[in-house]
Design a protein around this ligand. Structure first.
Ligand code: PLP
Length: 449
């Protein structure tokens, strides 16, 4: 459609009149009015088109407006737009089957939620009831959602304002060689110290009080820290040793993002519970859930599971999941994400790092990458301080606005730019994104020592 700035201004004014935005100071935001989206792109009313290197909030894994998924939602709406969760509904059963067939090990029962945070809430509830224990261990540098338990499990500043109901939550330091709070010279040492630290934490907290350990398989918004080989397997062993439920949060890392259906598959690890959302249906209709192993599912064979939501397994959301998974199979989207990571996006980011002194670290896999911007490669001083806001965050804001000016929509968190396009992003789109990033990194370079 032709640009229509007046229509855009009206959309924005209507938003500012009544929409209360998440994570924002309402008087300080200026949301972009979106006119449309397709594939890896979206556009505004002023004629600007953006390549989306953020996949929304890292969830449009098959891009925007995939015609087959849109058609499946429309068809389901015409057939049975909604039905309560206590009934057997064909499309719900089919979505559960398709998910269960892709989860690792014996995680074959699916409890549906409306999103990721509810999945985490319910996974923790299941673990507590299954073990009869209360405490849950989670990692610093993590995000698990914005509801009560999920935000308290979160290991970053998004929790601070809501730090009220932390009873039973204990945090530990998962591996992260680049900024390890411990002395480690290589990934193997960092892995060993992280496992020893976790086991110490358990010993001092009391193993018999701990219901679950929750980890993002590959932590997402907190920095895409791919765990070193052996770490997740080590956590699995520790959980088995102490009878602790191992929960992997795959809300962001799951459904193709890492080049596998589930990120755990990269590490040959089978947890007891997996939380998922986002990519399960590319977020076309809200859906999340918990994949449950046989042992925990059996706990609730004779005893009622005390949890549920009105829209659990909503038919429109499930129809979107069935169609999305089918599209991902037919179009080999998961294999494509792995190929892009290995051959285009990963090498492209490393090449940028060679030329830009502001790039301190490049890490990731599949279509799940972070570059860490620093003032000094030697000291690793971040380009902006931890949790910087306002003036202190200006260098990252300058990087972000340069990306936007060059048609690339960024995902920025603290001193990091994440490159998290759709799993079906094309090679030429990735190259286009890398070219825009190249320009933006020159802005970051100006702040280096
Ligand atoms: N867990 C992880 C790893 C996430 O990345 C997110 C959201 O970004 C959540 C949980 C929360 O999901 P939701 O926003 O759907 O509640």
């Amino acid at each position: 459609a032709a640009p229509d700035p007046q229509a855009g201004a009206a959309v924005k004014a209507a938003d500012r009149a009544h929409v209360f935005h998440s994570w924002s100071a309402q008087g300080l935001i200026d949301p972009l009015a979106v006119a449309g989206a397709e594939g890896s792109y979206f556009w505004d009313y002023d004629g600007n088109r953006y390549l989306d290197f953020s996949s929304g909030l890292v969830y449009t894994n098959i891009g925007y407006q995939h015609p087959k998924v849109v058609a499946a939602i429309q068809e389901q709406a015409g057939k049975l737009a909604t039905f309560a969760p206590a009934f057997a509904v064909d499309v719900r059963s089919e979505a559960a089957r398709l998910i269960a067939e892709r989860t690792p090990g014996d995680l074959d029962k699916i409890f549906f939620t409306n999103g990721g945070a509810e999945a985490v809430e319910n996974a923790v509830r299941m673990a507590r009831l299954h073990t009869g224990r209360h405490k849950v261990l989670s990692a610093f540098r993590s995000y698990h959602g914005a509801t009560s338990t999920a935000i308290n499990l979160t290991g970053d500043p998004r929790r601070w304002a809501s730090d009220t109901g932390t009873a039973g939550v204990v945090r530990f330091w998962a591996p992260f060689l680049y900024r390890s709070p411990f002395y480690s010279e290589n990934e193997q040492q960092e892995c060993e110290r992280a496992l020893a630290h976790l086991e110490d934490t358990i010993a001092f907290e009391g193993p018999a009080t701990i219901a679950a350990i929750i980890l993002e398989s590959v932590p997402g918004t907190a920095g895409i820290m791919t765990p070193p080989p052996g770490y997740l397997a080590g956590v699995r062993e520790i959980c088995d040793k102490y009878g602790i439920v191992f929960v992997l949060d795959e809300v962001m890392a799951g459904f193709g993002r890492t080049g596998k259906w589930f990120a755990a598959d990269n590490f040959d690890v089978v947890p007891d519970l997996i939380t998922f959302a986002k990519g399960v249906n590319s977020g076309y209709v809200p859906l999340g859930g918990v994949a449950i192993n046989a042992e925990i599912a059996a706990t609730f064979d004779k005893r009622p599971y005390p949890g549920g939501m009105t829209y659990s397994g909503h038919p429109l959301a499930c129809a979107a999941a069935v169609a999305t998974i089918q599209v991902m199979e037919d179009e080999k989207v998961v294999e494509h994400a792995a190929h892009i990571g290995e051959n285009v996006l990963g090498p492209g980011l490393r090449e940028l790092a060679e030329r830009h002194p502001s790039v301190g670290d490049v890490r990731g896999l599949g279509v799940f990458w972070a570059i860490e911007l620093v003032r000094d490669r030697e000291t690793r001083e971040p380009l902006v301080p931890y949790n910087a806001a306002g003036e202190a965050a200006a260098p990252m804001a300058a990087v972000g606005s340069t990306m936007k000016k060059n048609g690339l929509w960024p995902f920025i968190n603290m001193n990091r730019v994440h490159a998290v396009p759709a799993c079906n992003v094309s090679e030429s789109e990735v190259k286009e994104g890398l070219a825009a990033l190249d320009v933006a990194l020159s802005v970051a370079d100006e702040y280096t020592a």
